[in-house]
Design a binder for this molecule. Structure first.
Ligand code: SF4
Length: 572
């Protein structure tokens, strides 16, 4: 069999797409949904074609099936989650004008619009670009949004330097294709791109087929792993001395997704590979991406992420290939490692006389819902004060550069809109995140975002009964094993269970033994747990923890110390 025949169909779609053009421009002119090939291609433009799964079985007045109601998710790529007030306000306008009226903060510090209908798509993308942000490469087989600790600390240059590094990596690794501009940002007359006259631009990093799979990069501090560096394809962990970043430990091959029915797939935490100076970061990132481009699996997308390339060839081989591509050997990592994490919620001093305020957004969904008017509250604050904001990896928002004199009025505005401050929230809620799942994600097996708030309500009560209400326990929930909300490393992971023989709809695999710092993998505590029994099943482990923990031991550390078999042997 030739190499050509061995490639997956998505590889062929990319290679014959004229640098990510395909027939997207032509298909945009029609009312019906994008075809299957375009559905893959459009992800590289930051867009997912979805349908409203709540209405799949709806009927027309005459009793005939309505069929799928196609809608789109549009994701904005925002390195380090750094957003001006104007950009934030414009996104709130875009979600009202072109989406379903909600704006979502993602687990990778981006924004997502949901429920965009096809004839609104181009206007939505155009308006996002008018804010000087882009959706290009927010999804797809390219470098995704580069994450970075978002705390706006100003009493030393470390955080600013990390953000500048995130911007530099994102800029260097972005696709160079002009297809995005031609398809989304031209006026009506230029709408139809003519592939017959196509002249390729140089794609120095991606070539003609881009990467075998998505690629995720992040930058963290040892004492604040808020961006979950061990879950990334590529992580740079800052090694700081005084006010200076000496360099970064390079971590490679983390990845959360797996397919339970395919034994060859697995979840991995990243491996510590090397130490690099700040000047080497961008070049080494490029070398790593290129090695993955050339050696990643292009036959089977299930095993195409960087973690499989490293697993198949070994870390030593991978490092030597990176050194070959980079043109220089790289020293072993510095002993520095992750020690803690911070969600940045609440009031904090920036170190320059100003304050920042972290506001928890449950499951990242910015909307007005009854007494909690998060969307209007944020709009009011941004219009009045115009502060820069940062999006966190725990799906929340930081308002920066606040004058201390404005604090009382800001607290009043928060209160008027039912927005809770840090002391009104349990740590359990603050450290909980969820993927969207139903009704928009086509891969979801179970609820996630719509279920987690109720689960946290119940779990809060259980924790209070046990006197654990001040414990920091991270809960990450997803509607399928793909792991978009990183469920395999926190204290508690809740993962929608693939339907097996007899079906398993509404059931979850519960993982325990990770930690809020995200430095190790959790194990399966109980499998196929119905949604209604999640809290009672966890309560058994929490009671065991309360009775047997060591002084100062976290729930995750306790479960890790006791181990899977002891936890699984508890009477549920
Ligand atoms: Fe969809 Fe699964 Fe990702 Fe959740 S984890 S958003 S259900 S693919």
């Amino acid at each position: 069999m030739s190499d050509e025949l061995k490639r997956s169909h998505v590889e062929v779609i990319k290679e014959t797409s004229h640098q990510l053009r395909g027939t997207l421009a032509e298909e945009l002119l029609h009312d019906h949904e994008f075809g299957k090939d375009s559905e893959h291609l459009i992800k590289n433009h930051g867009i997912y074609q979805q349908d409203d799964r709540d209405t799949r079985k709806a009927k027309n007045a005459d009793g005939t099936a309505r069929g799928k109601q196609y809608i789109f998710m549009v994701r904005t790529r925002i390195p380090g989650g750094k957003v001006t007030a104007r950009q934030f306000l414009d996104h709130l306008d875009v979600c009202d004008e072109h989406g379903n009226g909600t704006l979502r903060v993602t687990t990778r510090q981006g924004f997502q619009l949901h429920g965009v209908i096809k004839h609104e798509l181009k206007a939505a993308v155009k308006k996002i670009n008018e804010t000087l942000l882009t959706t290009l490469a927010a999804c797809g087989d390219v470098e995704r949004n580069v994450m970075c600790c978002p705390a706006p600390i100003k009493n030393n240059p470390v955080h600013d330097q990390m953000q500048a590094m995130a911007d530099a990596i994102a800029e260097h690794l972005k696709p160079r294709t002009t297809a995005y501009h031609e398809i989304w940002l031209t006026d009506e007359a230029g709408e139809k791109t003519n592939v017959a006259e196509f002249k390729p631009v140089d794609e120095p990093i991606y070539g003609t087929v881009y990467l075998p799979r998505k690629f995720k990069t992040a930058i963290a501090l040892p004492e604040d792993n808020c961006i979950d560096i061990y879950t990334q394809d590529l992580g740079f962990l800052a090694v700081v001395e005084g006010d200076r970043i000496l360099g970064y430990n390079v971590l490679v091959g983390g990845g959360q997704g797996k397919t339970p029915s395919a034994e060859k797939t697995f979840v991995a935490i990243a491996k510590r590979m090397a130490f690099v100076t700040p000047e080497q970061v961008v070049g080494v990132a490029e070398a790593i991406v290129k090695v993955q481009r050339d050696f990643g699996n292009r036959e089977d997308r299930k095993v195409a992420r960087l973690k499989y390339t490293i697993h198949n060839h070994g870390l030593a081989w991978f490092k030597s290939k990176v050194e070959e591509y980079y043109g220089q050997t790289l020293p072993e990592p510095n002993p520095v490692d992750v020690t803690d994490v911070d969600d940045h919620i609440g009031w904090h001093e920036q170190g320059d006389g100003l304050l920042f305020l972290g506001i928890n957004i449950e499951c990242g969904r910015i909307k007005d819902d009854g007494a909690l008017r998060m969307k209007t509250g944020l709009r009011t604050l941004l219009q009045k004060y115009g502060m820069t904001t940062r999006l966190t990896a725990l799906q929340s928002v930081i308002l920066c550069d606040i004058k201390p004199a404005d604090k009382p009025e800001i607290i009043r505005i928060l209160s008027d809109h039912g927005i809770k401050q840090d002391h009104e929230l349990t740590l359990l809620r603050r450290y909980s995140i969820a993927c969207p799942a139903f009704p928009t994600c086509g891969l979801s097996i179970t609820e996630s975002e719509r279920a987690l708030p109720g689960i946290i309500d119940e779990l809060d009560l259980e924790m209070a009964k046990l006197g654990l209400q001040h414990d920091r326990i991270a809960v990450h929930m997803t509607g399928c094993p793909n792991g978009c909300a990183r469920p395999y490393t926190p204290d508690i992971g809740l993962v929608g269970k693939q339907a097996g023989v007899g079906g398993a709809l509404g059931k979850y695999t519960i993982y325990l033994g990770g930690n809020a710092q995200g430095t190790r993998l959790a194990y399966i505590y109980q499998d196929a747990v119905p949604q209604a029994e999640i809290v009672s099943t966890l309560a058994v482990a929490l009671r065991f923890y309360k009775a047997n923990r060591l002084t100062g031991e976290s729930f995750g550390d306790f479960c890790h110390r006791k181990g899977q078999s002891e936890l699984q042997s508890l009477q549920i």
